[in-house]
Design a protein around this ligand. Structure first.
Ligand code: NAD
Length: 294
């Protein structure tokens, strides 16, 4: 049976790792926050005292960390994981980070003779829990095939975007579009409510009309319209405003480096930055509704 090291067990990594345990894999898990390990240990995973211990002598190492500095620090910074790792695992980083950092870390792994994939995900916490994530992979086709059985446990769709970093580029494009859709959905719902419509009735209409989109279908931002979404629990949990801000910052960097024009993405970045500055950074990103609904 394969042994997997899993580092970063937050909103996404926790349920992803749990699905691997349920599928029968041996897991060695580590997170800086000990409370994040409890559900995994209860399910049969082994908690390790350090990231290095989780990474040593495993068949596959998976990381699910917040952002570029965390990934860089762990693999090639102070953590020096790549320098000291024992064994020859396939390394899969599922964090959403800058494409250049993904390339830099993958190159460092290659110098150690290790294959690495950038494999950011889409589908949110619900997708992580249900094992229905979409994996967007950058790296070699051989390495992707090697990791595919694990992607199939944690997700429903796996796409090969291209070489190292390409998974991150595709993920950044997707999340810029998601932010634009979420803001547009919040704006349209508030316009309807302000003109006397019931937000549930309006959502039902737009769901079956040409304005339909992912937030309307599964992640409605207006409180009380949908059960089991962050909007119905004061925007707790889910995908944090500050993580969306991070992704929109990555989109801005990609826009600048490629001399692209992204006026809608830039406006989305400004609105999420404003929303965060008003004390909402740790809420789910659908809380952008609050910008419209006092
Ligand atoms: P999170 O903040 O809930 O989890 C990150 C975890 O990493 C935390 O538990 C933290 O303690 C841990 N961590 C940080 N540095 C560490 C280190 N050096 N060693 C061990 N553990 C460390 O974030 P999340 O929502 O799970 O998101 C993780 C990544 O997935 C982000 O890049 C995010 O953009 C992306 N993502 C999130 C969602 C979502 O809906 N939450 C969806 C798709 C993609």
């Amino acid at each position: 049976m394969k042994t997997i090291g899993f580092i970063g067990l937050g909103h996404m990594g926790g349920p992803m790792a749990l699905n691997l345990v349920k599928a029968g894999y041996n897991l060695k898990v580590f997170d800086l926050v000990p409370a994040a390990l409890k559900a995994l240990v209860d399910a049969g995973a082994t908690a390790t005292p350090s990231a290095m211990d989780a990474a040593n002598d495993v068949d596959v190492l998976i990381t699910m960390l917040p952002s570029s500095p965390h990934v860089k620090q762990l693999y090639i910074g102070d953590g020096a994981l790549l320098q000291n790792i024992s064994g020859r695992p396939l390394i899969i980083d599922c964090s959403t980070i800058a494409p250049d950092v993904a390339k830099e870390v993958a190159a460092a792994a290659q110098r150690r003779g290790l294959e690495m994939l950038d494999a950011p995900v889409s589908g949110g916490v619900a997708g992580a829990e249900a094992g229905t994530l979409t994996f967007i992979v950058g790296g070699s086709a051989e390495a992707l095939n090697h990791g595919k059985p694990l992607f199939d446990v944690m997700g429903k769709n796996t796409f090969h975007a291209g070489d190292h970093g390409a998974g991150q580029v595709a993920k950044i494009c997707n999340n810029m579009l998601l932010a634009i859709q979420m803001i547009g959905t919040a704006e349209a719902l508030q316009l309807g409510v302000n003109n006397g419509l019931d937000p549930s009735v309006l959502s039902g209409i737009m769901n079956k009309s040409s304005g339909n989109n992912w937030p309307l279908e599964v992640y409605n931002p207006y409180p009380g319209v949908m059960e089991n979404v962050p909007a119905s629990r004061d925007y707790e949990g889910g995908f944090l405003v500050d993580l969306m801000n991070k992704d929109l910052g990555l989109a801005t960097e990609a826009m600048l480096s490629s001399k692209s024009s992204t006026p809608m993405g830039s406006l989305a970045k400004s609105l999420y930055a404003l929303h965060s500055s008003q004390g909402n950074g740790a809420l789910d990103f659908s809380s952008i509704q609050k910008l419209y609904k006092p």
